[in-house]
Design a protein around this ligand. Structure first.
Ligand code: SF4
Length: 436
């Protein structure tokens, strides 16, 4: 008898002593925990906190109402921190009014101030702004040059210490500290085997953020209140930098691909980079830096961030709709329309349901196109419908908690199914709220 092929499975391979395949799940995260505080309220980042979602406005901060409205939209979409640029004295003067406007609207989200070049001066000259913000973003590459650099960086950190604020030390390869990079390039020339230029750039990003964080600690910052980031625009570069950064410190990390781009490209690049790192337990708060397409809402970057975390099983924000892609077995668009209708309906209801039906965000709904995978996938969902494919009898069985519950027929399938989903949510999650 010839030797067994490596990929052959015989009965003896199916032994009962074999170790089970490891469950698919992200590696645990391990970091200090920052507290981003405003008034009596707090958002934690790192430690045992869930991975937080943040975003940034693109309004003129001097426009108090316009900025407050966009912060509100981002917060309602699910952003747990919102960053605003603070670039001029007028913008700095507007910040307390934006905070007050948000408080009047009941928008419970902390504001992060984004500072470059003149942050030291603005934080000193506008103490009410320094107090109204909950966190400062400091870019060590943009705080000044030569002997001014350390002094101006110190002024910003001292403002954070004085007002008891968290800081993000946000290094970006587009504004990397050129003096540090030049020093590391010189050192590299003295190596017996010089590194590639990209590797020196990785090291410069990491040293810039860690040296700045160490300087902030020297100035009195609580290390747990320092949140570093090293943003680059290449997926592989981002993965390489953060994988090297994580073991070199225990600060909570802000993660994001900078200048990810527009539309599908920006979405896929961000999802690819962030997913690899989050799966490895790296990243405590994320931002997806999408360029909005003309006419596209700013909240798209929040929607994508939530989808990344939900797809990885890290968090649940909205019931998930499983829908098949469709194929030649279902040539009508009925199931596509129903899947979209149900998805839109669930998302639209979430601001109210989140409060009224705790746990509804973990619900799974299946909308399937034919009998091949329809009943099976529907049974795995909390509630699912298997629509008739081409040539199948015009009947749509509905499965609830894995059991076939009823069959829908006729023109009103979409409306009836939506009503069944609503009843299911009320029965299952409304009861949970009543007993809470
Ligand atoms: S469930 Fe049916 S219609 Fe949908 S992709 Fe599979 S075979 Fe095609």
């Amino acid at each position: 008898m010839g030797s067994r092929m490596a990929n052959e499975i015989s009965k003896t391979d199916l032994d009962l002593d074999r170790e089970p395949i490891a469950l698919g799940e992200p590696a645990p995260r391990c970091s200090l925990q920052a507290r981003v505080v405003w008034g009596e309220r707090v958002v934690t980042i790192g430690g045992d906190a869930p991975v937080r979602v943040q975003s940034m406005t693109n309004t003129d901060t001097e426009d108090v109402i316009g900025t407050a409205i966009q912060v509100k939209e981002l917060a309602i979409a699910g952003s747990e921190l919102v960053r605003i640029t603070v670039n001029t004295p007028e913008a700095a003067a507007a910040v307390p009014a934006i905070r007050e406007q948000l408080d009047r609207m009941g928008i419970d989200v902390p504001l992060v101030g984004d500072f470059h070049y003149n942050g030291h001066r603005l934080l000193t000259d506008f103490p009410e702004m320094a107090q109204a913000l909950s966190k400062y973003r400091i870019n060590p590459g943009n705080v000044g040059k030569g002997d001014k650099k350390d002094r101006q960086f110190a002024m910003m950190v001292e403002a954070a210490v004085k007002h008891d604020k968290a800081i993000r030390i946000g290094v970006n390869w587009g504004s990397l500290d050129q003096e540090l990079l030049a020093r590391l390039m010189d050192e590299n020339q003295r190596r017996a085997r010089p590194w590639e230029a990209r590797q020196v750039m990785y090291e410069a990003l990491i040293q810039s953020v860690l040296e700045s964080a160490a300087a902030a600690v020297e100035l009195g910052m609580n290390p747990a209140q320092i949140i570093p980031s090293c943003k680059v625009s290449g997926v592989q570069d981002l993965i390489a930098v953060y994988r090297a950064l994580r073991p070199r410190c225990d600060y909570p990390l802000h993660l994001g691909l900078t200048e990810a781009g527009m539309g599908t490209k920006g979405t896929v690049a961000s999802a690819a980079a962030l997913s690899v790192l989050l799966q490895q337990g790296i990243g405590d708060t994320i931002r997806v830096s999408l360029t909005p397409q003309p006419g596209e809402a700013r909240i798209q970057e929040v929607v994508v961030a939530l989808e990344i975390l939900q797809a990885l099983g890290l968090r649940s924000f909205v019931p998930s709709v499983t829908a098949c892609p469709g194929c030649g077995r279902t040539t009508s668009t009925t199931f596509q329309e129903l899947a979209k209708q149900i998805d839109d309906f669930l998302r639209a209801q979430m601001p109210v349901w989140r409060v009224r039906y705790p746990g509804v965000e973990t619900m799974k709904v299946a909308v399937m196109g034919c009998i091949v995978n329809g009943p099976g996938e529907s049974k795995h969902a909390d509630i699912g419908i298997s629509l008739p494919g081409t040539g199948e009898a015009p009947a749509a069985p509905v499965f609830i908690d894995g059991e076939k519950a009823l069959t829908l027929r006729g023109e009103g399938i979409a409306t009836e199914f939506q009503a069944i989903v609503e009843q299911y949510i009320e029965r299952r999650y409304g009861a949970a709220a009543a007993h809470a």
